[in-house]
Design a protein around this ligand. Sequence first.
Ligand code: IVH
Length: 715
Amino acid sequence: MDNYRDDIKDHISRARDLRALLTEYQRAYYVTGRPIVSDLEYDRLFDELSHLEAEHPELRTPDSPTQRVGSDLSSDFPEVEHTIPVLSLDKAYSDEEILAWIGKTTRNTGENLSFVLEEKLDGFSIVLYYERGLLSRAVTRGNGFVGNDVTANVKTIKAVPLRLTEPVDIAVRGEVFLRKSEFERINATLVEPYANPRNLAAGTIRRNKSSETAQVPLSIYVYEGFWSEDVPYTDHIQILGRLRDLGFPVDPNLSYFCRTADEAAARLGKAGLPGKAGSFEDIPQAISDRTGTRSALPYEIDGLVVKVNELSTREELGYTGHHPRWAIAYKFEAPQAETQVLDIDVQVGRTGRITPMARVRETQLSGSTIRNITLHNQDYVNELELAIGDTVAISKRGDVIPAVETVIEKNSSGNTTWQMPESCPVCRTTLVKRGAHHFCPNYDCPAQVKGRVAFFCAKGQMDIEGLGPKTVEILYDNGFVKSVRDLYTFDYNLLAGLKGFGSESRKIDGIKMAIEQSRRTPFRNVLVSLGIPEFGRKAVDLVCDAGYDSMDKLLAVADADDIESLSSINGIGPVTAQLIVDGLKSEETRRLIDDLRKAGLQMQDKKQEGPVYEQIFEGQSWCVTGTFVNFNPRSKAMDEIKRRGGVEVSGVSKKTSCLLAGSGAGSKLDKARAFGVRIVDEDEFMRMLASSMPVGENVEASSVKEEGPEQPELF
Ligand code: IVH
């Protein structure tokens, strides 16, 4: 028994030691930037603690470094009230404005003050609450009074201390951010990349699974501290120094200015802070230096913040409704416009995807009038914490699509973050969520049908003139056209006299002619018009160029679930290949294809005009490797294969029919041997080609094989 007790005692003290060591090592790594042990040693101790805790769960404390790995439990971010006021900063957009603000503040408060110049990190604002030194809660800014509890996710951020060096009760404000290098590395692997590190950081903090948050190496710098008792300090740099001692990372690039540079350096040193010191005269230069070195920083900043250092002067200056009067942000880029969100409603797309749209107070933005702005999906709205009535900064990304950048001022009507309705506003079907988006699952939802028909008729697809979205809506609402198929069977003469068509038949004749012409619209357009996700013009071209140049060939690939063949086409990844196959297999697409076939649309790619070859490679997939005497570049060999009905694959798999191997063929040759794929050398290939020379001169390839029935008489 005593032995057992001794064991337990040993475990308890070992676990305590390990926690302390690991915490100290983490702090050295993340806070001071100077690691004191090797990664290997750190991992070894970490594993030891994990094992100990797994065997004796009672030893696991909430601040254990092992608690950062995250769990797969879904957390849905309950709302919690802030116990400190979470204000935002007033802004200025030029250094003159900033200098004027500094001058005014100095005059209004007497000379006895100093200023701190901080970087304005472009990340995600967070408030960390500690009780007796333990991280109890991490809460988003929200509307300043109520935010979302994202503790589980924030705990995965290695630079956030779970336990402070002293058992204090404090709240700390900071910015969670992602270094540029990490952003680029991670973004390159994402199917839907983020526009910037801020969006990726914000998205990561709002993941449902903290184990996913843990995959992204987020960082944090803290910039304000709030003590629950009377603040034991008299100025900001003291507070920052104290926060650093407690275990928080503080931005190392701050500057501090008072009457003389020497005095500033002495005070900064006393506070134990890194950074530059200067006199008031140095401020303009410091601002321009910081602005100039911005792009060289390893993380993104969107401005600078000037803060009054003395807490007593801060108190004297006080606050407006939303901002402290003792600080101001210098934003590098002026938002292009400011407006108010009057309403948020949703649009139902042709795929059933629900897109929230902000209806904003009409405003001018780089030459166009903005009334509607897409909000993409609920996650996007959550990231912005956007509510109806909020005042927002809007910009035009890439100078095309207007976007809401940030909320400048919350609404005063108490509206909270906008929420997606539960059912489709058009057909009332309950919405479902797939990935980041909500969908109306009703294929016959009127909004989806109209969207599909309009998409089919639009430019880039069948380009049927006269059948724009408005006309399609009229045709649908009158019960004339309820599917793409109806476009080819409807008697357009019935439109005569209908509102918008008048008695004159010119418009109607135009539509009839356009419909007729669409039967000759190239096969590639027909493929795009099917509206299969990820099977747009670019993918269609790649697939057709690789030899999958008829509906029958494509349907055969889909029926065989032959993802591999499609994904071996250069430029088509496995995800796209899967989506194409799924799309082509779906019952709805099959019905549509049948209808289009019956209507006499093109079902085969028209080859370049030229001689017609015997299709000796029909149904075969060929891979070409090495160099050739007669085919230079080797794509010429591939052209010969495609002319004879073969398709191109870029890699060898078990399903590959033949490998054409020139000299210097390497790993593909080995693979072909291993898989038992037929290997053809240049000589044999030449013989094959010779046996399949043109069957007639200058005959169009499409006439070899007639597709589809006779064209039906419609009008
Ligand atoms: S101080 C009461 N300092 O900018 C003062 N804010 O609108 C509160 N930010 O929401 C802010 N870097 O997310 C402060 N060094 C910094 C900052 C900073 C970034 C963000 C913060 C805040 C917004 C101000």
